[in-house]
Ligand binder design. Sequence first.
Ligand SMILES: *Cc1c(COP(=O)(O)O)cnc(C)c1O
Length: 362
Amino acid sequence: MNRLEIDLKKLEHNFITLKSLLNKKTKIIGVVKADAYGGGQLKIAEKLISLGIDILAVGYTTEAISLRKLDVKIPIIVFYPQILNLHELIKNKLEPSLYSKKIWVSFKNIVKEKKINNYPVHIKYNTGLNRLGFSTDDIIWIEQEIKNSPFIIKSIYSHLGESESQKPNKACENQIISFEKIKKSHENNGNRDIDFHILNTSGIFNYPNLQYDAVRIGIGFHGYANNNNWDKKLKPISKLKSIITQIHKVKKGDLVGYNSGWKAPKDTKIAVLPIGHADGISRSYSNSNTWVNVNGMKAYIVGNICMDMLMIDVGNILCNEGDEVEIFGQLNSANDFSKKNKTISYELMTSIGPRVKRVFLS
Ligand SMILES: *Cc1c(COP(=O)(O)O)cnc(C)c1O
């Protein structure tokens, strides 16, 4: 019925392409949070490991624990651990990113209690995104703490708020200046074996000179880089497919879907697809000029999208019940599709629900 086809060969292409943009020594941190952007965490992580990725990263501790189903020998970073999960994080040999004095002290106390030495951790600074991270005012405190801590500091990093924005970009520049200061200060304090990193996928294209020791790639592996020119170098790895359950003839003036969401402007045919907002095709795509691919032709979504179904106008398209329909993929990228709902590929892909079967092509 519905399926998300994920082409692991294209994932390999994206890996090789992105790696070719990096310096030889730059490490790649593969970001597989949110079920690897909806694509299936275990398979994608497994493929990245087979391609030689250096490090994996997820958002939350439970996501890292599910990765432990694989025999992962490389480090796994948890970007956003919560104080409540720290014991579990240690039990599963995960590497936390510490982002505040509170979580630093909590973690230090637990690690000391357990009499562990040299626990690997990462330090996250807030350089302007104003989300998570130590303030630059905390540098001296952190440097002091590092000296007496039971930790090994594996990396120090920050995150840009708009790495895809056209250069010159003041917000990015200020973040970069701030990160440079942080880096210098730590290096002057003898913190030499630490990796520094600030770039995500778009950053690799936009700020290739700021690779430092590592880059963090998520969306790029899926074939997107938030800019049409950069996207061209990559291949979208996933296609969302459905089928036509039923076709109706409707007359001019007939109503389609809940709350009379669409009134046929002329006699036409309506095809029903077994995919709805419970599967990640948000109700906001209703009547939004969004089309899907039916036998190579554009068929527009009409009426309000239901939980389990949506309707498309196939008045001018040769098609039959049982025909395959591509929601996004070949003709219509996830990026273009998502724009119809004023959102981004990240949200569309991570919203695809658990009823949609993930099918891997290798
Ligand atoms: C999600 C995430 C990334 C990956 O960003 P992409 O734009 O998907 O490459 C990198 N760094 C951090 C801290 C993240 O949370």
